[in-house]
Ligand binder design. Structure first.
Ligand code: PMP
Length: 458
């Protein structure tokens, strides 16, 4: 009987003995290729000796300080490093400047988003716009598990036990999801224009002068499975936010720090769409330590500096030196080895393999991805895009079959908001080898074959 309070009190998790490179080694002797990096976390794989050495050295040097009074070189260096991260991907060879000026390190993506909700409100507090008390988020969004971050999330199942006690003054608009919601008679651009128009209507309905921020993942990760926005959508969103003085908060906890082939996913949106606040997490520390961050631009920094209040959102373990030095070691390896652009290149290869292998399969409705973040969405009927009944759980079955064959993928089971069908998510380490990539795809082929047999579909 496990002593840990786990996600499910019924299912026993697998016991991992150790992990190295792209593999998890289970206590029962099996080795599992970690094709999803846990939850899109393990960006350089497991057991990297350089990261371990840097972390141990930091623990010897200074194991803990309280940020109320102190800082460390580890935290300052990581902040500088992260704020310098950009990839010139705007297609014109122009160096991209994102204008993010300060980093705030916390222990999880949820905390980063929690911080972002608070600093956004505080920005308007300092500006004297106290009537701004409302946040706008999107349906099918997941931004975290704490009360605030869950309140801006719309994953119905997770919210159910807490409905009634989540934060008020939050509303949701439609996500940008071409596969399901672009109308047959719409071009990509027209679809983007419609979404922006609908967002403006929503802002006007609420009263734009009451809105604090609009929150979105540039590339939606776990809920609906690597969903990118149509061209023109995010630049339209930025213009709307500017028009009404609303802050734009990009949640890049999953899609940031290189995962989509650029340091920030927003760099690839319409030649670069600049947010006021960005939250990052998973890939920042690559899973070696719990660390996430909120990055804010000078508009926010300057307003708070001039203001009367302090950003009193301190956590005991924020900017923890051990966590910062481990994350810095991870990031230095990524930069030195050119892993962000490798992620983009390997992503193209993975996309080609997935399309060749699954494009014609009966139950694969959509194959979508960017960088090393890919999803296969499964449907009962490709023409009508009808999902399987939740009781069949096609994606969950593929997940289990692949696991039994030695490959772990991220299962996104069942429906989200009762609309989207099931899918699996792939998010391997940026330094995954070509051979491992081939193993991933060929194992998925076998898992698909097993799962699509008639006895699995009733
Ligand atoms: N935002 C996004 C987009 C995420 O994918 C996640 C985690 N899946 C979170 C926030 C929450 O991060 P954490 O689990 O580290 O609190």
């Amino acid at each position: 009987m496990p002593a840990l309070l786990n996600r499910s009190l019924v299912i026993h998790p697998y016991l991992v003995d150790h992990a190295s490179g792209s593999y998890l080694h289970l206590a029962d002797g099996r080795s599992i290729l970690d094709a999803c990096g846990g939850a899109a976390v393990a960006v350089i794989g497991h057991g990297n000796a350089e990261v371990i050495a840097a972390t141990a050295a930091q623990m010897q040097r200074t194991s803990y300080i309280h940020t109320g009074a102190y800082t460390t070189t580890a935290a300052e260096d990581l902040a500088k490093f992260v704020l310098e991260c950009t990839t010139a991907v705007n297609g014109k060879g122009i160096q991209f400047t994102h204008g993010l000026k300060r980093a705030f390190f916390v222990g999880s993506g949820s905390e980063a988003n929690e911080s972002a909700l608070k600093i956004a409100r505080q920005y308007f507090f300092e500006k004297g716009e106290l009537q701004r008390q409302h946040y706008v988020s999107r349906r099918q969004a997941y931004h975290g598990n704490t009360f605030g971050s869950m309140s801006i999330s719309s994953v119905v199942g997770r919210r159910i036990p807490y409905e009634g006690v989540l934060l008020p003054n939050i509303s949701f608009v439609d996500p940008a999801f071409e596969y399901h919601y672009r109308r047959d008679n719409e071009t990509e651009e027209e679809y983007a224009e419609r979404l922006v128009r609908e967002l403006e209507e929503h802002f006007l309905e609420i009263g734009p002068e009451k809105i604090i921020s609009f929150i979105a993942e540039p590339v939606v990760g776990a809920t609906s499975g690597c969903v990118t926005a149509p061209k023109g959508y995010f630049s339209g969103v930025r213009s709307l936010c500017d028009k009404y003085g609303i802050l734009l908060h990009f949640d890049e906890v999953l899609c940031g720090m290189g995962r989509t082939g650029s340091y920030f996913a927003f760099e690839q949106e319409d030649g670069g769409v600049l947010p006021d606040i960005v939250t990052i997490g998973k890939g920042l520390g690559g899973g070696y330590v719990p660390i996430a961050a909120m990055l804010v631009n000078d508009r926010i920094v300057d307003t708070l500096r001039r203001g009367s209040s302090v950003f009193n959102h301190g956590h005991t373990f924020q900017a923890h030196p051990t966590a910062c030095s481990a994350a810095l070691a991870v990031q230095k390896i990524i930069r030195r080895e050119g892993l962000v652009s490798r992620c983009g290149d390997m992503g193209i290869k993975l996309g080609q393999c997935l399309r060749a292998e699954f494009g014609h399969r009966q139950y694969v409705g959509d194959i979508r991805g960017r960088g090393l973040l890919w999803a296969l969405e499964f449907v009962k009927d490709k023409k009508t895009k009808t999902p399987f009944e939740a009781s069949i759980g096609f994606g969950a079955q593929i997940h289990q079959a692949a696991f039994d064959l030695g490959v772990a993928v991220y299962p996104c089971v069942g429906t989200v908001d009762g609309v989207v069908g099931d899918h699996i998510l792939l998010a391997p380490p940026f330094n995954i080898s070509e051979i491992e990539l081939d193993i991933m795809v060929s194992t998925l082929r076998r898992a698909y074959h097993e799962t699509s047999q008639p006895h699995s579909l009733t």
